[in-house]
Design a protein around this ligand. Structure first.
Ligand SMILES: *[C@@H]1O[C@H](CO)[C@@H](O)[C@H](O)[C@H]1NC(C)=O
Ligand SMILES: *[C@@H]1O[C@H](CO)[C@@H](O)[C@H](O)[C@H]1NC(C)=O
Ligand SMILES: *[C@@H]1O[C@H](CO)[C@@H](O)[C@H](O)[C@H]1NC(C)=O
Length: 245
């Protein structure tokens, strides 16, 4: 069953462009499930709905120890300070998702995010640090792993700080994330659009046991390469960091 409570109670956040690449064949979407809190199985070329919740790290844990899906009513996410973004990318297409932060400062919503989908077969990523009042991380890679078309696992792929070493405006956090100063962000009266760029990749098998290969492609890509494919995002998300100061 879907969880209307969760979504009524939380403000639905901006969901912006789901851009796709490597889409030589446009076939139809046979997946009729549009709620991130329902179960489904997919095949290549289906759309797949998942969501990202923004909240404090603690709020993703039940009794401080057990991480649950944000769809689980035992978490008090719907009563606390949190935001949700919904996405529906096409399975097995490399996609770049953006969360426009011009009117949403992740640090004021607890600063962490969890990607999730499913209910009985609930999958959720570990919480990823996005922002506090000192630092903001804007670039992420999320891997969706399927088995026979059912989502098994969601995880953030880190590739170290090699991508930020060139830019003097980046700080490397915990040897894994490139961060920018939160005070430089537009939503904190700075000059940089600190919208989030989330690169997606799919791995595993669909319901016909066809292999999902976009992960293979992303492994070979640099963290910002997909951003670079989209000129308008490139302008707002990458080049600005080095031009503006
Ligand atoms: C919560 O955790 C405490 C301490 O670890 C434990 O004693 C208690 O039984 C747990 N409560 C529930 C509902 O799991
Ligand atoms: C976010 O939204 C603002 C206001 O609509 C717009 O000016 C800005 O370009 C957007 N940023 C991105 C990365 O799309
Ligand atoms: C912000 O996050 C960074 C990286 O996790 C951490 O080193 C720093 O202490 C945090 N600052 C505050 C004010 O919480």
């Amino acid at each position: 069953m879907a969880s209307p409570h969760l979504f009524v109670a939380m403000t639905l956040l901006v969901l912006t462009s789901v851009a796709s690449w490597l889409s030589s064949v446009r076939s139809s979407d046979t997946n009729g499930v549009y709620s991130p809190c329902s179960d489904t199985t997919v095949q290549r070329s289906d759309g797949f709905t998942f969501a990202i919740a923004f909240a404090s790290r603690d709020s993703f844990f039940y009794n401080r120890t057990q991480q649950l899906s944000p769809c689980d009513r035992r978490l008090s996410l719907s009563t606390g300070s949190s935001q949700i973004s919904l996405f529906r990318p096409k399975v097995d297409e490399l996609s770049l998702l953006t969360v426009n932060t011009s009117s949403f400062a992740p640090d004021t919503y607890g600063g962490y995010m969890v990607a999730f989908a499913g209910r009985k077969y609930a999958a959720r990523s570990p919480p990823a640090f996005v922002a506090n009042n000192t630092y903001t991380v804007t670039s992420f890679t999320l891997v969706l792993e399927y088995k026979k078309g059912r989502l098994q696992n969601l995880y953030w792929k880190r590739d170290g700080c090699s991508k930020c070493s060139g830019g003097t405006n980046y700080v490397c956090l915990n040897n894994q994330d490139c961060a920018i100063k939160t005070s430089d962000c537009k939503n904190h009266n700075g000059k940089v659009d600190c919208s989030l760029a989330i690169q997606l990749a799919f791995s595993g098998t669909d319901k016909h046991l066809s292999a999902l290969n976009s992960w293979y492609e992303v492994e070979k890509l640099r963290q910002y390469s997909l951003v670079g494919l989209y000129q308008n995002l490139k302008d707002s998300l990458t080049s600005q960091y080095n031009n503006i100061f």
